[in-house]
Design a protein around this ligand. Structure first.
Ligand code: NAD
Length: 260
């Protein structure tokens, strides 16, 4: 097993990609805290993963934009399992609007969840990783860490920013045995994306079918969505890489939508 007894925190793990990563990690023997705003859903998901094993799972309440909640959640995990080996900073939302119509409050909310959340959770786990001389921090970027799409100013800005944060953490903590990397998915059919389809159709004045075929998948090599399982596999690769060679990197899984 690739993550036997490794203590992992996955934020935004009550749904979508975060839940898929938690599921994959538990299947590899990890002890996983599913941290989410939605404690009921995180707890229900954790119960299901626990039953499946061979690892363990718990649900914890955490708003990643609250320093107190982040610190309390990390403290809860350390009290239960002793340390933190892997952080997956994944919680995220999407708000689409052209810049001139983008409410300032929405801009700040987006940057708070994506950037403050990654900063606060990293800050909280780093002392535990430093104390043991090892750890892996994985941030959920996007193809939008590398390129831009209309209507997504705050999202694109935040996802680009995660590259800078991960690289800085990698530089500061390389000598302490801690790696930091970014996963960059293309479109994955989760509640976050399902919600965007009618919104984008309205904003761009095209059909929902065209949003999927042209806007979301038009630049892929095969017109396919990336899957939750694809992204969980990349997150497992970053978490379980055996040496400190792989750090400060970002890996795009997007059916070739973006190539570098
Ligand atoms: P999702 O909506 O299915 O899940 C997001 C989870 O985050 C939910 O459980 C939600 O409750 C939680 N959450 C939201 N705000 C939170 C907060 N403040 N604190 C704690 N938890 C919070 O979305 P998803 O598609 O699985 O997205 C997960 C991550 O993947 C996001 O960072 C997103 O930007 C990124 N991503 C998604 C796609 C995609 O196509 N779905 C592509 C690239 C990147």
């Amino acid at each position: 097993m690739k993550l036997d007894k490794k203590v992992c925190i996955v934020t935004g793990a009550a749904s979508g990609i975060g839940l898929g990563i938690a599921r994959r990690y538990v299947a590899e023997g990890a002890l996983v805290a599913l941290a989410d705003l939605n404690l009921d859903a995180a707890g229900a998901a954790a119960a299901e993963l626990n039953a499946a094993g061979p690892g363990e799972a718990i649900g914890i309440a955490m708003d990643v934009t609250s320093e107190d909640q982040v610190n309390a959640g990390v403290a809860q995990v350390v009290a239960k399992w002793g340390t933190v080996d892997v952080l997956v900073s994944n919680a995220g939302i999407q708000i689409v609007n052209p810049v001139e119509n983008f409410a300032y409050a929405d801009w700040k909310k987006m940057l708070a969840i994506h950037l403050d959340g990654a900063f606060l959770t990293s800050k909280a786990v780093l002392p535990h990783m430093q104390a043991q001389g090892s750890g892996a921090i994985i941030m959920m970027g996007s193809v939008h860490s590398k390129t831009a799409s209309p209507l997504k100013s705050a999202y694109v800005t935040a996802k680009h920013g995660l590259l800078g944060l991960a690289r800085t953490i990698a530089r500061e903590n390389g000598p302490k045995g801690i790696r930091a990397n970014v996963v960059c998915p293309g479109f994955v059919l989760t509640p976050l994306v399902e919600k965007q389809i009618p919104q984008q159709a309205k904003e761009l004045n095209i059909s929902e079918e065209d949003v999927v075929k042209k806007v979301m998948l038009g630049q892929t090599v095969d017109g396919e969505f990336t899957t939750i399982e694809d992204i969980a596999e990349v997150a497992l690769f970053f978490a379980s890489f055996p040496t400190n060679a792989l750090t400060g990197q970002s890996l795009i899984a997007s059916h070739g939508w973006f190539m570098e």
